[in-house]
Ligand binder design. Structure first.
Ligand code: LRH
Length: 432
């Protein structure tokens, strides 16, 4: 995406899009990281001379470098089965404040042989290293590893010793901009600098939430749905741990207090299983498809890629419910189940943080799904403000714009989003 700030607005333009297709090799699910890097280079070339570049991606996953700075193997996908054996957390909640997800970075690292590894780089830091040659870790993403001390705002060094993880792996947390390597500049046709943005996509998306006051909840709605509130400090209580809420770092010292809900992944996998039919007609049918069936989107059976319609049917059999009949009912079942999961997460976030909420901002690709937005407004009993769609890209660009003096604090960035991006409000229809 290229972005420009002009005339009190920020405009995004899509310049290049490339697929992200994981690949299973000898039983292990990997990211095709070199294909992604090629996509980045093609995108930078197509964007033409850019004053600055910022990188954000999904969290948690990483590549390992050897002592010569070479990548050791292809990064493994967090949906790979290698972390299935983790059924309880290994990192202390009172230190990391992180929700338990079996695939958290810390757990993934504990499955690896690390003797050849010199450095661990999270995905955006790895791409940044290839572009610039500079090694560093970006804070918002570091906060998703289970190896970050949320109170001290540093790597949790004590924890490395307890878990037998070598200190050398973890690069300094830095926020410096770095110029491109000369050979990369030559390849894309211009030079520029990589600006450190909120490299965790969800953190970037939260920057671009067009909230007017602090009394909002957000749903960053894409493959995952990240549901929560923005706070000045982490909540590390026992109740919060039991509710599996996470305290991820946002920009400017904010805390993203949220829960991961499995999200549109379940729908995406159904579409894949059905041979990628058009979504629009299915959503139209799902409007009136009568089914009361509700799944728990966070059931572990929905995590790995596979035949999702069959897994939904199996879940219904296990929970004594009538499986949805036909595609429209399956879609309806997924969306109403997500809306209920959002309602629970918003209610829990409010209860556990004490932060009152008047509106739910639903940002990301899911904001185009009118049925999901409507069901969410109905389930939460709150107005849902849907949009911007490209929230992560906008948040990424806003932080770059700020580094160049084009916009001020978080409130100003959000003003800019409100002036620039279209949003649509869904009022809740009365509860029965
Ligand atoms: C969303 C996301 C989310 C993480 C998951 C791995 O893209 O970054 O915040 O928990 O991917």
């Amino acid at each position: 995406m290229s972005a420009a700030v002009t005339g009190g607005r920020i405009e995004l333009t899509q310049v290049h899009r490339f697929p992200n297709r994981p690949v299973r090799v000898a039983g292990t699910l990997h990211w095709d990281i070199l294909a992604l890097y090629r996509g980045v280079l093609d995108g930078l070339r197509a964007a033409g001379p850019a004053e600055s570049v910022g990188i954000d991606s999904w969290a948690i996953d990483y590549g390992l470098l050897d002592a010569a700075g070479r990548l050791i193997g292809n990064p493994v996908h967090y949906r790979d089965a290698r972390t299935n054996r983790f059924t309880a957390r290994v990192d202390p909640y009172e230190v990391t404040g992180l929700q338990f997800l079996q695939f958290n970075t810390v757990n993934q690292l504990l499955t690896e042989r690390l003797d050849q590894a010199e450095t661990m780089l999270l995905i955006p830091d790895l791409l940044g290293y290839w572009l610039t040659g500079a090694i560093g870790a970006e804070r918002t993403n570091v906060s998703t590893t289970g190896l970050y001390d949320v109170t001290r705002r540093e790597w949790a060094w004590d924890l490395f010793d307890k878990l037998n993880l070598p200190h050398r792996l973890f690069p300094e947390i830095s926020s410096e901009s770095t110029p491109l390597r000369a050979d990369v500049a030559e390849e894309i046709g211009y030079t520029t600098a990589v600006t450190k943005v909120a490299s965790h996509d969800t953190a970037s998306a939260v920057v671009a939430v067009p909230a007017e006051t602090g009394r909002f909840a957000y749903i960053s709605c894409g493959t995952w749905s990240l549901v929560g509130v923005e706070l000045p400090a982490p909540v590390l209580t026992e109740e919060s741990r039991l509710a599996n809420f996470t305290n991820e770092a946002g920009i400017d010292g904010t805390t993203r207090y949220l829960r991961n809900v499995m999200g549109l992944w379940i729908l995406q996998e159904c579409l894949r299983a059905w041979g990628e039919p058009d979504l629009e007609p299915l959503l139209a049918e799902a409007e009136t498809a009568g089914t009361d069936t509700v799944i728990d989107p966070d059931d572990p059976s929905f995590l790995p890629p596979g035949d999702m319609p069959a897994r939904i049917a199996a879940y219904c059999a296990r929970t004594g419910q009538r499986a949805p009949q036909g595609r429209a009912q399956v879609v309806r079942c997924i969306l109403q189940s997500l809306a209920l999961a959002y309602q629970r997460a918003v209610a829990d976030a409010v209860r556990l943080s004490g932060r009152p909420v008047e509106v739910v901002h639903l940002v990301g690709g899911g904001s185009l799904n009118t049925l999901l937005c409507r069901l969410t407004a109905d389930a939460t009993g709150l107005p849902v403000v849907a949009g911007p769609v490209e929230a992560a890209a906008l948040g990424n660009a806003l932080v770059q714009a700020r580094a160049r003096g084009l916009v001020g604090d978080l409130a100003e960035m959000r003003d800019l989003v409100r002036r620039s991006a279209g949003v649509r409000t869904y009022e809740p229809r009365g509860h029965a």
